[in-house]
Design a protein around this ligand. Structure first.
Ligand code: ATP
Length: 377
């Protein structure tokens, strides 16, 4: 029996990053032998055990054979005859498919160290295309390691494009999509995740509501230089500079989903036309089973962000109604999150900072202050 440190821990150590969980692969053992050595079995789908002292994960070396649709459609073979190289071959990216032996030797059969130096996210083998979750993982790694200069290798992007077209992404469960997206929203370069998904055609499969924004022009008085999709990613970037809260970042991402496509539907709140309203946000949140705190803030931001931007020119009564609907007094923390999402959208262009009562922590202060606003009813 031999154990090897594998995956993210090796990658992060070689990048000079700290903190990755340590995952181990055990070659030449059986579940019975692991249990007799004091390891605790924890794997539901594969034979994984916890070390009796360190609590770290030890997985028996395994191979996988595709047997059905989606990322769960695999038959796993874990036996003492499975080699380390075979186990590494089923992994997604070369930089995640390196191992280190007890004596410190690096085992790198698929060129992970070379790709790490070249800052390339490259798939290990054509079997990559058997699991559509890997598209999201690559996009997440592209966001996570953007600051280190990583990019998706051209041939991996081509494969991801073919996979997106195959319809396999539809087999992903909403929970896994949200899980990848939520993990990604924790990274400051998370807009890259959506850029990569768009480039390979996966965005329109899993988030068509967001994909359709690319190509919809922005109104000349606001952000004429970009379309609404690009604007959205700029707002997300801005949100990342303002806060680490993923709920706010998600609200920034989806704040414009209700924008219509035709000129009559576009920017209608100013002119009294119909918008798509909250329908696209609600559809997306329900489909991906987005937790309530995030979906609620997203809906509030979408519905009311234009009120904040136009606050100086709104009738006080309208503004007060908005604050009431936002429940600003009873839920000051969420109100602050709302303001942050609005601020990300405004990029300092609106009168937001000039309206101190909008930043006040409670509604009574807002009410009192609003009485002094010199705006005609
Ligand atoms: P993180 O720091 O985010 O945990 P990680 O690389 O350790 O990064 P994990 O999701 O913990 O990521 O996965 C551990 C290892 O298992 C990966 O490095 C990769 O080798 C492999 N792996 C995980 N999920 C997949 C997948 N869907 N397809 C192929 N290999 C995978």
């Amino acid at each position: 029996m031999n154990t090897y440190l594998v995956g993210g821990a090796i990658r992060d150590e070689m990048l000079g990053l700290k903190g990755a969980d340590k995952d181990w692969v055990v070659v030449g053992s059986t579940p019975e032998a692991m249990i007799s050595l004091g390891y605790t079995p924890v794997g539901k789908d594969f034979p994984v055990f916890l070390h009796p002292k360190s609590g770290q994960e030890y997985a028996l070396a395994r191979t996988e054979r595709k047997s059905g649709k989606g990322y769960t459609g695999f038959v796993v073979h874990a036996a003492p005859d499975v080699t380390l190289e075979e186990d590494l071959q089923r992994r997604d990216l070369t930089i995640n498919a390196m191992a280190r032996a007890d004596d410190g030797t690096l085992i790198d059969p698929y060129g992970g160290a070379r790709d790490l130096d070249a800052r390339l996210l490259r798939h290990v083998s054509p079997a990559f295309s058997e699991d559509p979750l890997r598209i999201l993982r690559v996009a997440r790694f592209a966001a996570r390691f953007h600051a280190q200069g990583f990019e998706v290798a051209a041939e991996t992007m081509t494969l991801m494009r073919d996979m997106s077209q195959s319809g396999e992404l539809q087999a992903l469960t909403p929970e896994r999509i949200w899980q990848e997206m939520h993990k990604t929203l924790q990274h400051d370069d998370c807009p890259v995740f959506f850029e990569v998904l768009r480039e390979c055609g996966a965005l329109k499969e899993i988030m068509p509501e967001l994909d359709r924004l690319f190509g919809i022009p922005q109104p000349p008085q606001w952000h004429p230089e970009v379309d609404t999709g690009v604007h959205t990613l700029m707002v997300l970037k801005q949100a990342c500079l303002l806060t680490q809260e993923t709920d706010v970042r998600f609200a920034a991402l989806v704040h414009d989903l209700g924008k219509g496509e035709t000129p009559a539907e576009m920017w209608p709140s100013h002119r009294g036309h119909e918008t798509l309203g909250l329908k696209p946000i609600k559809a997306l949140c329900q489909r991906l089973k987005v937790p309530r705190s995030a979906s609620e803030l997203a809906c509030l931001t979408s519905e009311f962000h234009t009120h904040v931007h136009r606050a100086l020119s709104l009738k006080p009564s309208t503004l007060l109604k908005t604050l009431e609907k936002l429940d600003a007094f009873r839920r000051p923390e969420r109100f602050q999150q709302f303001l942050l999402a609005c601020k990300a959208d405004s990029r300092g262009r609106t009168g937001f900072e000039q309206i101190p009562y909008l930043q006040a922590n409670h509604f009574q202060a807002a009410l009192d202050a609003s009485k002094g606003i010199a705006v005609p009813e």
